[in-house]
Design a protein around this ligand. Sequence first.
Ligand SMILES: Cc1cc2nc3c(=O)[nH]c(=O)nc-3n(C[C@H](O)[C@H](O)[C@H](O)COP(=O)(O)OP(=O)(O)OC[C@H]3O[C@@H](n4cnc5c(N)ncnc54)[C@H](O)[C@@H]3O)c2cc1C
Length: 427
Amino acid sequence: MTNTSYPASYYAASANPAPSRPALQDDVETDVCVIGAGYTGLSSALFLLENGFKVTVLEAAKVGFGASGRNGGQIVNSYSRDIDVIERSVGPQQAQLLGNMAFEGGRIIRERVAKYQIQCDLKDGGVFAALTAKQMGHLESQKRLWERFGHTQLELLDQRRIREVVACDEYVGGMLDMSGGHIHPLNLALGEAAAVESLGGVIYEQSPAVRIERGASPVVHTPQGKVRAKFIIVAGNAYLGNLVPELAAKSMPCGTQVIATEPLGDELARSLLPQDYCVEDCNYLLDYYRLTGDKRLIFGGGVVYGARDPANIEAIIRPKMLKAFPQLKDVKIDYAWTGNFLLTLSRLPQVGRLGDNIYYSQGCSGHGVTYTHLAGKVLAEALRGQAERFDAFADLPHYPFPGGQLLRTPFAALGAWYYGLRDKLGF
Ligand SMILES: Cc1cc2nc3c(=O)[nH]c(=O)nc-3n(C[C@H](O)[C@H](O)[C@H](O)COP(=O)(O)OP(=O)(O)OC[C@H]3O[C@@H](n4cnc5c(N)ncnc54)[C@H](O)[C@@H]3O)c2cc1C
């Protein structure tokens, strides 16, 4: 069997020490078999273990191999489509429940980091940066909307004030969310995996689930072993492939790229982001960036529909970075990598159950660091028989991509081209 390792990212190069976990080579029995050791799988496993379940996690590669170990590290509240869009498409009670949960994921991360003493460079404060007056108007209504759901750690920034928190002249204003922030994403996943094991959970790496035998006592098969479980949680997201065809049919893996500069030194780093907040702009195809613990700039942006790996990532992302920060023209790029997130047509997560005992959550469509932590809690609640919050997600409509698996990529790319044009033209 081939051994799948991390991509050559800054995160892999600066990961905290972690044990190498064995591949499954036996037949084992458990209460819950979790497929995938990203945030969705690890968060589910942790909540279940804290509630007395026996949990076995199968990971095809290594803990945090997927998006959870490669992302921009930005703790962003709410969902990829905001609560007002949800309110318009579902009833008031469901919208209220989903709105109340929209800020919980960030709290869960902070609780986990504190409880299990996870070293992941957690910093508070995230900025949404507006490039146009229209985007600023949107942030003003977003603030009012979020405040309606009890989220009050928000400050609108005018043009002068945003220049105090980010040395970029492109922005007309923005919004600071002090319950946003940033983390070293792979170290968060590794810390959560250690927490799972500290509670008696077992994680097998290099152990892809290759077949699920459905039924009253489902069995998950790997190349060299199997897991008999009462429940299965499918948490493979954009890396799941066709293991569960119903899930593949209504989602689309997309690639997005990130670069990390060489260390900038304290002075240059502080001149860019004096308070060390993370930043994302308000474009549909957005750019996002932040400093690392050792003062590199991590910069991400760009989307490849259908998740083909681009040949030269630096050539795509560096010009975006220099547009925001021309002062970095002589700075070297030390790392460049790509990762896949899962897009849904509504851009809302898909949560549900197949038969009586196979649960899933997937497709948060971009912003997933907070949502996936919440998803783990909501899935664990459902397995404990408290399904009200699970149902609020599960009742959101799921749509197949037009054109099926063959044509979904060109259709989505066309949609993104349209939104990209809107970003460029500022309407
Ligand atoms: C480059 C990039 C930047 C991003 N930046 C941000 C950001 O700054 N802020 C934010 O909020 N969101 C961001 N996101 C999105 C966010 O990272 C994801 O939404 C989130 O990490 C998804 O977590 P997950 O656990 O659902 O999936 P993943 O982290 O992808 O984990 C799925 C895991 O399942 C495993 N797996 C798949 N199939 C199988 C199988 N058959 N058997 C066993 N294991 C399997 C995979 O190997 C993988 O480890 C970004 C995503 C990418 C790709």
